[in-house]
Write a protein that binds this ligand. Structure first.
Ligand SMILES: NC(=O)C1=CN([C@@H]2O[C@H](COP(=O)(O)OP(=O)(O)OC[C@H]3O[C@@H](n4cnc5c(N)ncnc54)[C@H](OP(=O)(O)O)[C@@H]3O)[C@@H](O)[C@H]2O)C=CC1
Ligand SMILES: CC(C)(CO)C(=O)C(=O)O
Length: 306
């Protein structure tokens, strides 16, 4: 299958790079600066699973538009999505599978204004990765998993074909029969993790290892869970307990990508993650005091960037 990865950043560059390493036909749709970096240095992955330097095929918007792709992974930040969608449209046909791997949920509705419900499938990823000052991908913990699946959870020929193509890669690609729930659960986890680590400006260990810190994590999980349940999201029973266990087991040094972005002085996805949930909570009247504090704290960070 011909695959296009929109965004050769920390996630797109990693998963696309691993597929390329395996020998799949992968192209990256990039902007000028990133293309120059990739041409000069190559796509460099420095990872706990092994380093690799690759020479990827790149495309710039407007070029090769008569050469469509079978699969398009969407791997930009949420705040770049609208512009990015305009540039990717010419490479997509009716049969193209569009797989977003962003955190959050709001982007799904946004994608439906560009693509049909048939084209867009569900997706998410678990990975701790970032770009260093040279644009190399630094991937730092054992998990490197991309999960995908039909929105309605069906077992289809096209998913089986995709599964075949993604298998045998030095990263886990997992086909899910309940991708909507997986995405909401990941959203619950990341809103809490990014919220608490960004508020405290700390990796998870020092927060989790104090009674007060753990209480705040628990409170935030509950606020977010209730918001999601009231919005009709398919949240499983006992999910907060399961995700608290995940927090307990996480490496002491574990940070959210949002905190890493704050440390680099970069933009953050606060409106896409915490902001969208606050809007949902307001609609259903759920009280979210801690989530609101975190949201406003992060909005102040954003204001200070300007
Ligand atoms: N990093 C992580 O550990 C994890 C991140 N996520 C989520 O994955 C998503 C992507 O994050 P991440 O990969 O970290 O982000 P990055 O900022 O590292 O990468 C995004 C890439 O998208 C590129 N891009 C933006 N707009 C365009 C465009 N119009 N055309 C081509 N390329 C474009 C940027 O390129 P340019 O250099 O030109 O700006 C950048 O390289 C986010 O929703 C994030 O929350 C999920 C799990 C883990
Ligand atoms: C929590 C983590 C690292 C898991 O993939 C993540 O999604 C993020 O930091 O954005």
């Amino acid at each position: 299958m011909r695959m296009l990865v929109l965004g050769a950043g920390a996630t797109g560059g990693y998963f696309g790079g691993r597929l390329l390493e395996k020998g799949e036909d992968v192209t990256f749709l990039v902007r000028e600066k990133r293309e120059q970096q990739l041409k000069k240095r190559g796509l460099i992955i420095k990872s706990v699973h092994g380093d690799v330097t690759l020479n990827p095929k790149t495309l710039r918007a407007g070029r090769g538009e008569d050469d469509p792709f079978d699969v398009v992974f969407i791997a930009t930040k949420s705040y770049h999505l609208t512009e990015a969608m305009e540039t990717v449209l010419p490479y997509v046909r009716d049969y193209t599978l569009v797989i977003p791997i962003l955190n959050g949920m709001e982007h799904i509705e946004q994608l439906y204004s560009y693509f049909s419900k048939e084209q867009v499938i569900g997706g998410l990823c678990f990975i701790e990765s970032t770009l260093n000052e040279h644009g190399d991908i630094i991937q730092t913990s054992p998990t490197h998993e991309l999960v995908y699946g039909e929105w309605a959870g069906k077992d289809t020929n096209r998913m089986n074909q995709l599964k075949e193509c993604l298998s045998g890669t030095k990263a886990t690609f997992r086909l899910s029969g309940q991708i909507q729930q997986d995405m909401w659960h990941k959203y619950l986890f990341i809103t809490t993790l990014s919220g608490i680590t960004s508020l405290m400006r700390s990796s998870i260990g020092p927060i989790r290892d104090t009674l007060e810190g753990r209480t705040y994590i628990q409170q935030l999980f509950e606020e977010v869970r209730l918001t999601m349940v009231q919005a009709g999201a398919p949240i499983g029973a006992g999910i907060v307990e399961k995700q608290m266990e995940l927090i307990e087991r996480s490496d002491f040094q574990m940070k959210s990508s949002m905190l890493r972005d704050i440390e680099k002085g970069d933009r953050i996805e606060v409106d896409h993650l915490q902001g969208y949930l606050i809007r949902l909570a307001e609609k259903s009247g759920v009280e979210t005091p801690l989530l609101k504090l975190i949201y406003h704290h992060l909005k102040v960070y954003e204001k200070n960037l300007a």
